[in-house]
Design a protein around this ligand. Structure first.
Ligand SMILES: Cc1cc2nc3c(=O)[nH]c(=O)nc-3n(C[C@H](O)[C@H](O)[C@H](O)COP(=O)(O)O)c2cc1C
Length: 149
């Protein structure tokens, strides 16, 4: 069985981390795209993403992904408002990941991984997913540190 890196990234930091992780773990890779793209303008992005969070909106995901050939999913996201973006809720809602292992990783400005971890834990409740310890992936050395343990 193979592994796949699934990630969401707006400004490219998580994309960079995801590509490095895919290379290091010989995983396939796919970027999550919302049906309705987020605004490029930072202030507008803050407004739209804040509204989603406040109103518990699950933005629709464009991707159709079959996980049949994968047993492990590295799941990357930027930390937004000390947690994972709402599209990560959409991800767990849209795809049946029963019996899969999920390893989350995040890029952030300053938040440690431990801030978003409890939110991910909640998202996988009763889904038959094995959630492994995740990590912050702001740099290749931070990523290497995780894989050397
Ligand atoms: C709406 C929004 C909220 C954010 N909230 C946080 C936060 O709570 N903590 C933090 O350290 N960084 C925060 N950031 C910074 C991002 O986590 C950081 O820039 C991340 O690497 C962006 O990833 P990306 O380039 O893959 O989109 C926020 C950024 C945005 C746009």
């Amino acid at each position: 069985m193979k592994s796949i890196v699934i990630y969401f990234s707006e400004s490219g930091n998580t994309k960079k981390a995801a590509e490095y992780i895919a290379e290091q773990t010989k995983s396939d890779i796919e970027r999550l795209s919302p049906v309705k793209p987020y605004p490029k303008d930072y202030d507008k992005l803050v407004e739209v993403s804040g509204d989603e969070l406040d109103n518990d909106v699950y933005p629709e995901i464009k991707n159709q992904i079959s996980f049949d050939n994968y047993d492990t999913i590295y799941l990357g996201y930027p930390t937004w408002y000390h947690q994972a973006p709402m599209i990560i809720h959409s991800f767990f809602d849209k795809f049946d990941l029963k019996n899969k292992t999920v390893i989350p990783f995040t890029t952030t400005y300053s938040s440690p991984f431990s801030e978003s971890e409890p939110f991910i834990k909640k998202m996988v409740i009763n889904k038959g997913i094995e959630l492994k310890r995740g990590f912050r992936a702001n740099s290749n050395s931070e990523i290497n540190k995780y894989f050397s343990k």
